[in-house]
Design a protein around this ligand. Structure first.
Ligand code: SF4
Ligand code: FES
Length: 204
């Protein structure tokens, strides 16, 4: 039963206690962009593209909608000049990693992001963590993980696990917003695996 009523983009939305703002918005047909969110995974809050403005008791702040819980009587705005400016900047930074990513380019059109604003980064990975978390939380394999930290952070398949688990799975391929994952997998497989079908698994 809906037990929290809040306002999102001027619309009264009924939500359940424990839902996030993103879930409440989507349940009401209000779109918020996401890059690191997946319905089957624990909230992560990594990419920040889903930020929204929330007004609580007269105070307005920016929050990450995929992790922020619904509260009674709060007022949420999913678009504003400030939100769009921040999303544009986030996209420009991410496009330096993956300028050809269809998902990023689609969002870039909406927010007027310039993919040439920043110098090209060596890594295609935008650190959304979808591959790593999906493998751990849904597949319970931990065949792929992050190595290094900060700007040097990269994904890496664990050859001993991946050689067994990945050839029949590949469920993480279609989750990657940049396609880097597939390239990395192919590379590792070329080096260490026994071969096999490299077509991505269908569906997410
Ligand atoms: S390889 Fe792709 S799915 Fe994995 S963390 Fe990087 S961008 Fe995300
Ligand atoms: S979708 Fe919310 S932080 Fe990435």
């Amino acid at each position: 039963m809906s037990d929290v009523v809040l306002q999102i983009d001027g619309k009264e939305v009924k939500a359940n206690q424990g839902m996030t703002l993103l879930e409440a918005a989507r349940s009401a047909g209000i779109a918020i962009p996401t890059l690191c969110h997946h319905d089957q995974l624990e909230p992560y809050g990594g990419c920040r593209i889903c930020i929204v403005e929330v007004t609580v008791r007269g105070w307005t702040k920016l929050v990450v909608s995929c992790v922020y819980p619904v509260e009674r009587d709060i007022v949420v705005r999913t678009r504003s000049e400030k939100i769009d400016r921040i999303r544009k900047m986030i996209l420009e930074l991410l496009l330096a990693h993956a300028p050809e990513s269809p998902e990023l380019n689609e969002l870039a059109k909406t927010y007027g992001a310039n993919k040439q604003r920043f110098d090209r980064e060596a890594s295609f990975c935008i650190h959304c963590g979808l591959c790593v978390r999906y493998c751990a939380e849904v597949k319970r394999e931990n065949a792929v993980g992050f190595i290094d930290r900060g700007i040097r952070k990269e994904i890496s398949f664990i050859p001993e696990i991946a050689a067994q688990a990945c050839p029949e799975c590949k469920a993480c391929f279609p989750l990657c917003p940049t396609s880097y994952l597939q390239a990395a997998y192919v590379l590792i497989e070329g080096l260490a695996f026994t071969g096999g079908d490299l077509e991505p698994a269908s569906g997410k």
